[in-house]
Design a protein around this ligand. Structure first.
Ligand code: SAM
Length: 232
């Protein structure tokens, strides 16, 4: 029995499990980084402030794909935003992080996979994702890898879907021409100045111009099939 503020509690106070302890997570992360610095891309996991910025606008009922789960700071923020465990899939490349995440988040689909192939896994959700939330170290990705990632993300996202990405530099790490090619634009959601290192979080979504372009392509295809309205 536990004695708190002089009172008696019949239920034991829930102790933080080993996996929830931030020291344990920091240790796991640091050793994973030592093994594969380029693949992991950061010495320490993100702090909760980054997680909060990354889930801006995420509401219960949203379907989410998380890329690069690490030890789960962002996964926890997504669940704290009210996302159902069935509505979340996490793609993580590193086997030791996958094992850790599966134990920490039972019921969440944690898939050991390359995030560049996310289109192969989007079907695991009950419909198109409303958010793709990424902790991938994009600064270390080649231009071709970023292009493939962005093309894939915007091919699976719901029409009003958003792609949230963090960056350790004060600019969006997806080149402007790659965004233009998919009719998207980036805007800053916020900064986590006390994160180590300080972190900038960006929202990438289809711009009105991009949607307009898609609509006119659709209209012209319909016209070619003789299904659309003709001028005159
Ligand atoms: C900078 S860490 C961020 C981890 C965690 N989201 C956080 O914020 O603390 C990047 C994570 O992305 C994973 N990762 C890197 N490249 C990947 C890829 N191509 N596909 C899937 N995961 C990848 C790494 O293993 C690592 O867990």
């Amino acid at each position: 029995m536990n004695r708190i503020n002089g009172g008696l509690l019949s239920e034991p106070v829930e102790k933080k499990s080993k996996r929830q302890s931030s020291w344990y997570q920091h240790g796991r992360f640091f050793f994973a980084w030592l093994r594969n610095p380029r693949g992991v891309g950061a010495v320490l996991p993100s702090g909760p402030a980054v997680g909060k910025l990354l889930v801006t606008g995420v509401r219960p009922g949203a379907r989410v794909i998380e890329l690069g789960g690490g030890t789960g700071t962002v996964t926890q923020a997504i669940l704290d935003a009210g996302v159902d465990r069935d509505d979340l899939i996490v793609l993580e490349k590193d086997a030791s992080f996958v094992k850790f995440l599966r134990r920490r988040f039972p019921g969440v689909k944690i898939i050991q996979a390359n995030a560049l192939e996310l289109d192969r896994y989007a079907d695991e959700l009950s419909g198109p994702p409303d958010f793709v939330i990424s902790g991938l170290p994009l600064l270390l990705f080649t231009s071709e890898e970023k292009k493939r990632l962005v093309d894939n993300i915007f091919s699976v996202l719901a029409p009003r879907g958003r792609f949230h990405q963090f960056s350790y530099v004060a600019r969006c790490t997806v080149p402007a021409e790659q965004l233009r090619a998919v009719g998207a634009r980036a805007s800053l959601i916020g900064v986590a100045p006390f994160n180590v290192p300080p972190c900038f979080v960006f929202r990438l979504r289809k711009s009105a111009a991009g949607k307009h372009k898609e609509l006119s392509v659709l209209r012209s295809s319909l016209r070619k099939l003789g299904l659309g309205r003709r001028a005159g």
